[in-house]
Design a protein. Structure first.
Length: 122
């Protein structure tokens, strides 16, 4: 998924698309001065980026760095309560935040590099 960043907004580089294994996920630290990091999931050429915070109580979704997905790689899992989220839209389908969504982050992919708004995750 490529959602363009408005031309007027400052952006920051996350990584190259190929730095995330196809079918895998990767976590990123917060922006300078920020509190909450980001997570990106790659499915082929599509990349889905979300704020790394469970909508239930705001805890990071991973206990171990870059471990965000179910064993079969089809869902994002919250390590705190086991809530399950759809990758494509962040909808929680199981767990204490059922019906809520992960906060999506606008992205732009230029020449194989993923960019997000400079303040994403603040």
């Amino acid at each position: 998924m490529e959602t363009l960043i408005p031309a007027s907004g400052a952006s920051r580089m996350l990584c190259r698309v190929t730095d995330i294994p196809d079918g895998g996920a990767k976590g990123f630290p917060p922006a300078p001065g920020g509190f909450t990091g980001l997570l990106a999931v790659r499915q082929g050429e599509a990349v889905f980026v979300y704020v790394n915070a469970c909508p239930h109580i705001g805890t990071p979704l991973d206990w171990i760095p870059d471990r965000f997905l179910s064993a079969d790689g089809t869902r994002i899992i919250c390590a705190t309560h086991g809530a399950e989220f759809q990758i494509a839209d962040g909808l929680c389908t199981r767990g204490p935040c059922h019906g809520d969504r992960l906060e999506p982050v606008m992205t732009e992919i230029k020449d194989g590099t993923i960019f997000v708004p400079e303040d994403a995750g603040l």
